[in-house]
Design a protein around this ligand. Sequence first.
Ligand code: ADP
Ligand code: MG
Ligand code: ZN
Length: 646
Amino acid sequence: MPVETNNKRPIKTPKPRLFGGSLLILLTVLLLLNFIIPTFGPRPPQVAYSDFIAQVEANKVDRAIVGGDRIEYVLKSQPTGDNTLPPQAFVTTPVALDLDLPKILRDHNVQFGAPAPDTNGWIGTLLSWVVPPVIFFGIWGWLMNRGGGAGGAALTVGKSKARIYSEGSTGIKFTDVAGVDEAKAELQEIVDFLKNAGKYTRLGAKIPKGVLLVGPPGTGKTLLAKAIAGEASVPFFSISGSEFIELFVGVGAARVRDLFEQAKKQSPCIVFIDELDALGKSRGGAGGFVGGNDEREQTLNQLLTEMDGFDGNTGVIIVAATNRPEVLDPALRRPGRFDRQVVVDRPDKIGREAILNVHARTVKLSDEVQISVIAARTPGFAGADLANLVNEAALLAARQNRDAVMMADFNEALERVVAGLEKRSRVLNEIEKKTVAYHEVGHAIIGALMPGAGKVEKISIVPRGVGALGYTLQMPEEDRFLMVEDEIRGRIATLLGGRSAEEIIFGKVSTGASDDIQKATDLAERAVTLYGMSDELGPVAFEKPQQQFIEGYGNPRRSVSPKVAEQIDRQVKETIDGAHHIALTILDTNRDLLEETAQTLLQKEVLEGPTLREQLNRAQSPAELDEWLRSGKFPSGMQLKQLAIV
Ligand code: ADP
Ligand code: MG
Ligand code: ZN
């Protein structure tokens, strides 16, 4: 995919006045120097004409070059000590002295000739005159343009650093962005504003000034912005929020000013600010270090001021992108600033199919590849993940020396993306292998009985990725946007299924379940503190608001009383205990199946397809499963068994 082709040209910066002034002074100095030091290098001494003739007549001259007004000559090396002149000298000839010089020279065996057409002289002078300043200014100019480094940056601090693309030169069109049709429609409107501003202003409508693209990472926000540049035949300034703030304090605001100055000159045009959150974080939010915040605040203020300072109909539209809209300063979203928000979300199945098709255009696919099947198997994937998937598949196919990318390559690529690279070199001993096999089958059997989590597609005991010694691949059948209570319970039980199998079969547990336990605890805690699923604590939020689009950030707990904290802990533990209990019960019920499947897995290393499905279809639900899924409780009167089943 061509991104940022080399058509971009740097912004024309007005030369600082300083530059012109110094240039003059420098030239003058150079000129003066040139007059003071007439020529460079040592010169032979000047001799009177009569002395020269005398030397010739004394047979001391070896050869001479006779020019119109000047004779240069070389003395013979003198064996005696009367060498008062260096071996080389010259004479300035008065033209009036018209002796028969050639004859005299000939008589005394002096070799002589005319000088070569006198070019060397003045070219040399010219060069010695011109070259040093050229070099000097070359270095200076280079420093000025470099942008980085102390010298350069010192001279360019106020420059906006935006790249400017002339019309269409990003090489990206709306057709290169798929699966985000609503966003495209909104942005199409922006393109239209720019192209036919008259249509809107004629009726007195105000063209929006700012559009904010929000969405999870990798969904194509930056790509969309580039596509706007490709579609709208207007100049496009592109800069990242973090580029405003770097190296020098007090520079950010100047850069913002410069950027808008440039943009207004070139209107109609689009200014794109990527990663706006780097710049637009809420002021006064969350304390922080004073220095850094100050700088950002100034820059942000400047941005706000600039956005207010121009009339909407000047034709400058600002597009910004962020994946953390919740941290943005509210002032940025005020009407008249970024008042339009376009959500660029993860694509649904149809969207994924479209994105896969976009990226498959440049890849040679075998006829048996069904893009729609791949799309179905990749819920939750963003555009960037899908692009990566296609590329991984192509790489795999190339490694196999295939002529075209096959479905098998996509399957392997998908597993790579989900579980990491296969690591056949990691050799497990027999006991470890057995442990992993039972552990994975434990996950699979419980996963097969739980609602909402989709089919168990594959069990493998081939090590993969950083830590996985084996893995169970469970694929949702459809896109899911919500998880219901019973599905969360089922998920926790499935996560604990591996460890439960180890308990049942070996009577002791290994360290292999730590990741499962982490995830299960996380989920159980969120169910209580975030989703309000605890009967005892009710729908009370115990965590601060979630990051909207980025996963993996821990949410801070709200301040709660010690009593409530204790209650939360107890609820979490109860949830986990219940899930653990049901997992053990299920595996106990299906012990024969567990044994048989694990043994097959040990032989084959990988179980998938119909064989696996047949096995797992035989799994039996224990009597208490339904009640537990529904309420998280076990039928009344039933005690939690002491679960050391050996
Ligand atoms: P973001 O800025 O939202 O984090 P990018 O626009 O940088 O994501 O996307 C990264 C790459 O992923 C793109 O260059 C493109 O190859 C691919 N991609 C992402 N979203 C899409 C999409 N909707 N359609 C096609 N390709 C996409
Ligand atoms: Mg981006
Ligand atoms: Zn596990």
